[in-house]
Write a protein of this length. Structure first.
Length: 427
């Protein structure tokens, strides 16, 4: 069996499963953000007419994080957030992260850094980028509100078809100014935005073994942009180190590894030594080219951060590039740390002051700019270069604008030049 098959077999109480089987796995963690308000509506409907009190199956296994519209930008959002707060209190949900500077942030970063996701578990979330948590060796699946309401009531998923798995072997060593974001963009460009539809991408190879959890989160986060149900990096010592040292989780941690004779739909091999910095052009994530093919495109806004590339190492490299320099006139830079914990540590280390001194604006952790509903929308005809995960038409708030995707290195160098620039050429 593959990693996904082993995890689903355990969760469904079966000795083994294979691709195509329909199972009903128990859920170890269920996450929602502000769309918990939608889930609540569906949840209450389940109990209508039953005479039963609407009660979640296990409040300790539900996490709710405000991140998409924080602080609330409208009365409607604020009212929905109030309803969720009331629900959380009534149900006894303790894994609740409100709009707070001591424990808030973007949901996918919060789950990882809080030690909520452990290897071998089944994680579901009402967000497509729940796939991120495969970086911890988990099976992580994005759901709609109706399916999540069922999970809140039953504690399991119903009628889940076991997905086939694509094995990606990334060998070699990254050259300077090339990293995980370039690898996942290259892979999506190679197999297309539908190349892994309803499949799992299982990552292997020397480049993955040598990669930090931060980098692995990038890969699994964007696996969904190839259509994948989940991206998975089998847990190893780096996973356990992160859980112990950064997430302060307590073991034991059990790695789920694929069998030697695991059946994969196909195997994709990539030598990262040959990779150049990559850029996804508007308006699809698989419209990927080496940075040299788009050099010189004028950039109005640079965005560094989000659940994809808003971790401490991302802010560190961006700050190092702009330190002592000034952003190009006519180009603005918005920086969204992935959590307040990261924000605070970046402040202590001086990264934020280096970015601000160069002209960047430091935002509160949140998703608003990425999905175009809050903070940082683009004007008609404007161009953004972002480290976020999507560049669909209108994604950053305006269908008459364009979004390119790249790594924090490429983004920071380009902000100094005012045009898309190969980071290997420097600022």
């Amino acid at each position: 069996m593959t990693v996904a098959e082993k995890i689903l077999a355990r969760a469904a109480g079966l000795a083994e499963v294979s691709a195509g089987m329909v199972v009903e796995p128990a859920v170890d963690l269920a996450m929602s953000h502000e769309n918990a308000a939608l889930v609540m509506n569906q949840f209450f409907e389940i109990f209508e007419g039953t005479g039963l009190e609407p009660t979640v199956w296990d409040p300790a296994k539900i996490a709710i994080i405000f991140d998409h519209r924080v602080p609330a930008e409208t009365a409607k959002t604020a009212t929905n957030q109030k309803k969720i707060r009331d629900f959380v209190a009534a149900q006894g949900i303790t894994k609740f992260h409100d709009v707070r500077g001591d424990e808030g942030g973007i949901c996918h970063q919060i789950l990882a850094e809080s030690g909520y996701v452990l290897p071998g578990t089944v994680v579901v979330g009402t967000d497509s980028h729940t796939s991120s948590h495969g970086a911890m060796g988990a099976m992580a699946i994005g759901l709609g509100a109706t399916d999540m309401a069922g999970v809140w009531a039953l504690g399991r998923l119903v009628n889940v078809e076991v997905p086939p798995t694509i094995k990606v072997v990334a060998d070699g060593e990254f050259r300077p100014y090339v990293g995980p974001k370039d690898l996942i963009l290259y892979l999506i460009g190679m197999i297309s935005a539908e190349g892994a539809n309803f499949r799992v991408i299982e990552f292997h190879g020397r480049a993955i073994r040598n990669m930090s959890v931060s980098g692995r989160l990038v890969l699994c986060n964007m696996s969904v942009e190839a259509g994948a149900t989940c991206g998975i990096v089998p847990a190893d010592e780096e996973t356990f180190r992160y859980l112990r040292e950064e997430a302060c989780a307590t073991g034991p941690f059990n790695a789920v590894l694929p069998d030697q004779d695991a059946i994969y739909e196909k195997v994709v091999e990539i030598d990262v030594t040959r990779l150049e910095p990559q850029v996804a052009r508007p308006h699809t994530v698989d419209n990927v080219v080496p940075v040299g093919e788009v050099e010189g495109v004028k950039v109005d806004q640079v965005v560094i951060g989000s659940c994809t590339n808003g971790r401490l190492d991302d802010l560190e490299v961006a700050a190092a590039i702009v330190k002592g320099k000034t952003l190009a006139r006519g180009t603005r830079m918005l920086v969204f740390p992935a959590s307040w914990r990261i924000w605070a540590e970046a402040m202590r280390r001086g990264y934020l002051s280096d970015l601000v001194d160069a002209g960047a604006v430091i935002m509160n952790p949140g998703c608003g700019c990425c999905l175009g509903v809050h903070q940082g929308a683009l004007g008609d005809g404007e161009v953004a270069l972002a480290t976020t995960n999507r560049n669909f038409k209108g994604r950053m708030g305006n269908p008459n604008s364009s979004v390119y995707l790249a790594s924090p290195l490429t983004a920071a160098v380009s902000a100094l030049r005012g045009v898309i620039t190969d980071p290997r050429k420097g600022a």
